[in-house]
Write a protein that binds this ligand. Structure first.
Ligand code: HEM
Length: 455
């Protein structure tokens, strides 16, 4: 496997297919995943041109690591993120380093392991309700179904029904409209387009305003009740900075709620969809998963304590997160003049990396396109260079929900696999779609029950 070259050995190259004026916008729009993945052959650091500016793409995992571990020099930012502030304000995953550290200290206690473990029954209830609606031989649009489940789990872990009540339904109604609108504004950032009074713009604006009102109202109700409801919202409101005694302001709580709802829904649902798709395409690996769930799960409800035993399920999810990590393009902005791979980067330069490309680099992973859960057996996993596998990011902005996400995806996949075998509807074409994350389109699957108690 790869070892780090000494600094003078770094290779720096210009990306191919640059056009006058347009720079690299054409290949980046047409086939971004393929284009970015192809660039690691060119060099450790590759220069692209976009919007009249140079952007440096770090292809070597040690350069990516350097960027992520030096948040003062390589700060949060870039056009990709700035639009998301429309929805999430200056929240945890959406703010520069100077604000981030304080917020992270305040939010971290809400993600303590004991709190996360207590959310397993919520996950179980929501998934059970969905699985009970499946019929033998029926067709389920799995992508929609799992997005709805993870959105309900996210909302109910965040907010207790006893206090938030039907506000949760209103949130779940507005959220997809707002998320789709946000995505459009990120990928086609033409401000004027969104000021036109089109039905789509009106729907987005109405949902955004409604969501803001509903969340603000819930915060007021929580503050007035002054009780710990054992949910994430209570954790956020009670949190105090040990150093300063500071609490999160209402605006910060609001933005964090939006951040949480968006970060917790699509990522986990998409990982589950990729897992179910890959298993349907690889019956031998599916059979091994079924062996594990037949032995350990059956028709029994799963809990956080079951996680350590679900070895193969865990390896499947890890391999899915290698092949389809959400962060296909992560950017940072240089805040003080620095050097990367021998290149001088002035203040304001944009650097980026693609987790998708990194995880498919043949110098880091043998047969990178192969779905091989066993590459995460401990003896093989040890050979993966440090910093090469980063589905949850690394450094200051590392995903705060990683334990939550692993619990939800592993328990959900084991529960589904114990009860149902899913087959792709013939003719379904599944391709990675680089949207806000590496998404997939529709995933209609036929449901075959695996045991009498499956419903
Ligand atoms: C498979 C599931 C998930 C994956 C792969 C994932 C991945 C990531 C990545 C790569 C980042 C860092 C982005 C950057 O460096 O700019 C991140 C940040 C974040 N994620 Fe996740 N995520 C997942 C699920 C979740 C869940 C379930 C939650 C909430 C419970 C969550 C909440 C967050 C938050 C709040 C941040 C910002 C953290 C900070 O800036 O301090 N994520 N996630």
């Amino acid at each position: 496997m790869d070892t780090a070259p000494d600094p003078p050995m770094w290779t720096v190259a210009d990306a191919p297919r640059r056009l006058p004026v347009l720079g690299h916008s054409v290949p980046l729009r047409r086939a971004p995943l393929e284009f970015l993945s192809s660039l690691s052959e060119r060099g450790d650091l590759v220069r692209l041109r976009l919007g009249g500016k140079d952007i440096h793409l770090a292809c070597h995992h040690e350069l990516v690591d350097r960027i992520l571990k030096d948040p003062r020099t390589f700060d949060w930012g870039g056009p990709f993120y700035e639009k998301t502030q429309l929805l999430m304000g200056n929240s945890l995953g959406n703010c520069p380093y100077r604000d981030h550290r304080r917020q992270r200290r305040l939010v971290q206690p809400s993600f303590r392991l004991d709190r996360i473990a207590s959310y397993a029954p919520v996950m179980r209830r929501e998934l059970d309700a969905e699985l009970r609606s499946w019929r033998p031989g029926g067709v389920v649009e799995v992508n929609d179904a799992l997005h709805a489940v993870t959105a309900r789990v996210g909302a109910k872990v965040l907010l207790s029904t006893d206090i938030a009540g039907e506000a949760i339904d209103r949130i779940l109604h507005c959220l997809p409209v707002v998320m789709e609108g946000m995505y459009q504004r990120v990928v086609t950032p033409w401000g004027w387009l969104y000021r036109l009074p089109t039905p789509g713009n009106r729907r987005f604006e109405a949902a955004r305003v409604r969501l803001r009102e509903v969340v603000d109202d819930i915060i007021r109700r929580y503050r007035a009740s002054g009780v710990d409801h054992g949910d994430l919202m209570s954790g956020l409101l009670q949190s105090r900075d040990e150093r300063t005694g500071d609490a999160l302001t209402d605006t910060e709580v609001h933005d964090m709620v939006m951040n949480f709802l968006t970060a917790a829904t699509e990522t986990t649902a998409t990982a589950l969809c990729w897992a179910l798709y890959l298993l349907a395409e690889h019956p031998d690996r599916e059979a091994r998963l079924h062996d594990e769930t037949d032995r350990l799960v059956g028709d029994r409800p799963l809990d956080h304590d079951d996680l350590p035993a679900l070895d193969y399920t865990h390896r499947v999810i890890t391999e899915v997160l290698r092949l389809y990590p959400p962060g296909w393009m992560v950017t940072r902005v240089v805040t003080e003049e620095t050097e990367l791979a021998g290149q001088r980067l002035p203040v304001g330069s944009l650097v980026m990396y693609s987790t998708y490309a990194l995880h498919r680099n043949p110098r880091l992973f043998a047969e990178p396109e192969r779905f091989d859960p066993d590459r995460w057996l401990p003896e093989r996993a040890r050979q993966v260079p440090r910093g090469a596998m980063i589905p949850f990011g690394a450094g200051s902005w590392k995903c705060i929900g990683d334990t939550f996400a692993m619990m939800e995806t592993v328990l959900s996949l084991a529960t589904i696999a114990a009860r149902w075998r899913l087959r792709l509807v013939p003719g379904t074409r599944v391709r990675p779609e680089p949207r806000a994350l590496v998404a997939m389109g529709r995933l209609p699957m036929v449901t075959e029950p695996r045991q009498p108690g499956s419903r």
